[in-house]
Each structure stands twice: as structure tokens, then as C-alpha cells.
Design a protein around this ligand. Sequence first.
Ligand code: NAP
Ligand code: MG
Length: 501
Amino acid sequence: MFKEKTNSKRTIISEGEQSSKKVISGSLWEYSPSPESSDHIKLKDRYDLFINGRFVKAKEYFDTINPSNEEKIAEVAYASENDVDKAVRAAERAYNKVWSRLHPKERAKVIFRIARIMQEKAREFAVIESLDGGKPVKESKSLDVPLSIAHFFYHAGWADKLHYAFPGTKPRSIGVVGQIIPWNFPLLMAAWKIAPALACGNTVVIKSAETTPLTLYKLAEVIQEADLPPGVVNIISGDGRTGSAIVNHPRIRKIAFTGSTEVGKIIMKAVSGSDKKLTLELGGKAANIIFEDAPIDQAVEGIINGIYFNQGHVCCAGSRLFVQESVRNIVIRKLKQRINTLRVGDPLDKNTDIGAINSKEQLNKIKTLVKTGIGEGCTYYEKKCELPEKGYWFRPSFFTNVAQSNTIAQEEIFGPVLAVLTFRTPKEAIEKANNTPYGLSAGIWTDKGSKIFKMIAGMKAGVVWSNTYNRFNPASPFGGYKESGFGREGGIHGLREYLII
Ligand code: NAP
Ligand code: MG
């Protein structure tokens, strides 16, 4: 029996009182709301296109909303085919007249300046990312923004050392690069794409995803402040048609796309027969594999981080858990306990673990797949908690009694829903892990180093984490096998994609 004690930060509630208080079931600890301050945020009512170093009006605008309360945040310019053409021409002029001629050291200085100014505005970036996309502010503050900045710093370092990266060669820039990104990590995906393109001497036209344009326009303000020559980076917003206009523009020399496998296939067809370079970072259905000799508590944290981080809106999410049969029951028991301590709610509350689902469309997709899983006879378990009335929400959940052929074990859910499967031997784990059209990432949890190496050698995944999950570093290449795409982002491998060698 516990006694209630309170201090400014937390309340301990006696067991008997739990039902009368709004506590997270299964957890004895509840925190008072701790909202991130948004007084320092400067948002405009309307965002114009960023072309040739200036904000220019478009003919049409659309609303971007806050998915946690469905309120409109701002109006955003819709880039037509004509606007895409203006942006590409500005990028081409900037490439020919300035950027490709600039001494690499000077390029490095501007990229470095962008990183420094982003650091000064880090909190602003974090709050806007959470407002526009629904992700918990503790994640945008600790991962999205610092990692985005790190990408600019890292690539600033490479700009004048490309010949060291590829000894014995004379690497050349490509020209105008068209970049299209998704909504799950807007600023980070922009940094992954813009920073290496600039370091290698290319110029850029980048399109944000329809639901998350705001941090890219904040980045446009930083780019202006950093005195990047006009036209070197052009930032636009729109929908699939805008993306298609970029893909099909004849003066673009390379397309870098991150998004769904479905759209990736359309893009691949569109550029075939042209001499455009192409990199595709697509979907995933990663296996997170737990052996009986793994440190179980750490592994359970790894599962949680693997699938519930960013509401499961993560291409490399550990969405299939393979657990060795002998430890299945203990892992499931701990998993249930742990998801009941996750806090679902206001993305701007610093205590929130699971924020809002990015859009109504994505929420419906998750709900449909969960219904299918239940319909196919899998056992469903979800966290017990109330959800806010407005906004798009989904409780962290998992399925057991899953067969490899079940839809939820095959299709990317892109939400906080885990499919739990079992295995007996390492060979079986490898076979099951590879039994997917995707091959982006995987996780292995074991005490034995030799087992890690054996598993890595057998797995068709671009990234394999061992005894950890969802760790990123600008120096480390990221990318997929099979239908998860081709090409790498980050590290020397990523630089190569923006050069003619
Ligand atoms: P999506 O529908 O493929 O959209 C991605 C981007 O492409 C958006 O900017 C979208 O614009 C644009 N687009 C849509 N149709 C297009 C077309 N026909 N031609 C050119 N561009 C087009 O993907 P999403 O739903 O935003 O993102 C989720 C998917 O991305 C998941 O499958 C996830 O696994 C994948 N992803 C992969 C990685 C990776 O690194 N491998 C990283 C993050 C996400 P609108 O938003 O305006 O429609
Ligand atoms: Mg939004």
C-alpha cells in the first residue's frame, strides 16, 4: 500500500485511489503537465515559396494544421508546374554562375553558418516541428533538430575535402538536384538531402510533404540569414503533382526521393530513359530480433524505442518483433507493463512519449490495418488510456499470435503497432526476418558478439543495430535493399550520390 505524496513535479497515488484519478493505468507515477513554452515562436499566417533567395507568392495556398487539435496553423503556398520551373531555373542560374565556381572552402563556410544559425534557433525549430507534425517535443528537441544540425556541420567539413573522400579521382558536382521528402522527419530529411548536395557543389529544389511544410520554411529563413547565394536552395510546398513536376523537369540532373515504395516506383518509371541520377529511400518492415541470452529489460526498451518512437512513423521502425520462444512470455509481460507507462497526449508537453498521428489519412490507414489483423485472427493488445477528443490519436499496441503470412506482418503500418512473432534458431530468425519485400533495417539483441556477426551476414537490411535501436549519425550511411530503395544517405557513401566520379 502506497501513501500519496506530492511535490511540484509528481504525485504518488495509493493503489486504491488509482481508479478515481486520471493516472496512466499500470503506472504509479503521474506528472503535472509541463508544456514547452511557445512564446519564442515566430510563425507567419501565410508562407510563400522560397525561390531565388526570396519569398514569392503563389496562385494558390492550402492550410497546414496541427494534428493534435485539428486547428489551422498557417496557409502555405501551393507550387504549380510553373513555380517548379521558376525554382529549377533559379537553381540552374545559381549553379552555373555562382555555386559550382565558388571555392569549396567558401561553400563550407556558408554550410557551417547555416548549422550555427540553426543552433541558435533550435528550440524554435523543435516546437514548430511538433506543432505541425504531432511528434513529442522531447523527440524533436533531442533528435530531429540536433541531428539535422549535425548533418550540416558534418557536410560543411567535407566540402573542401572531397578528393580525400575519393582518392585518385576528381569528383565533380552534378548540377540541379530535385529533392522530395516525407512528413515523418521533415527538417531531418531536408538536412539529409540539402547538406550533402551543397557540400558537393550542387544546387537544390526541395519539396516538403503536404502536411509538414513549416520547418522547411523556417530553414529558408535561416538560409537567407546565412547569405547563401540566391537560388542555391529553393524550397517549395505542394502535393504529389508538385513532386511529379520536379521529377519530370528536364533540367534537373538528379532526383533524391524519400517516401513510400508506391511513389518510388512511379518515380523510377518516370526517370527511366533519361540520364537523371536517382536515389530512393522507401518503406520498411524491420525485424527486431531478441535472443534468450539478451539483457531482457534493455531489449524491451529497444522494442519500445524501435516501434513507438515518433508514433511509429519511422521507415526503419522495428515493426516486427521476433522473440526466441523460450523468452516469449517474459518479453510479452514486460512489454505490456511498459506500454502502459507510455504517456499519450499533447506533443508540446515535455512528458509526452506518444504524440498525435500525423494526419487523418494516416490514422485511417493504421485503423484499417489493425482491423485486418484482428479479422485475420491475431490477438490485439493496446494500452489502456483515454485519448483527447480532438486530433488524431492511436494507442500504442501490439499483436501476438501472428503468422508470417498475416497482413500486419507483411505491410508497413507506419503507426505505433507492433507484430510479435517467435523463432527457435538463429537460422530460422534470419529466414523470417528476410521474408519481406523490404530490407531497410533490423535489430539484434544478444549477449554473444559472434551471434551478432553471424546474423548480420545473413540479413538483407541496409542498417542492422545490435543491442540498440534507432541510432543515427551523419557519418554513418543509411539506405535499403530490395523494395526499400537504393542509394545511401550519410557518410562517404552518401556523398558519392551527389557527385560524378
Ligand atoms: P509518399 O506518399 O510517398 O510521399 C512522399 C513525398 O512524395 C511527399 O512529399 C509527397 O507529396 C510526394 N509525392 C506524392 N506523390 C508523388 C508523385 N507522384 N511524384 C512525386 N512526388 C510525389 O510517402 P509518405 O506517406 O509521405 O511517407 C511515408 C512513407 O515514406 C513510408 O512508406 C515510409 O517508410 C517512407 N519513408 C522512408 C524513409 C527512408 O529513409 N527509407 C524515411 C521516411 C519515410 P505530398 O506529401 O504533398 O503528397
Ligand atoms: Mg501540419
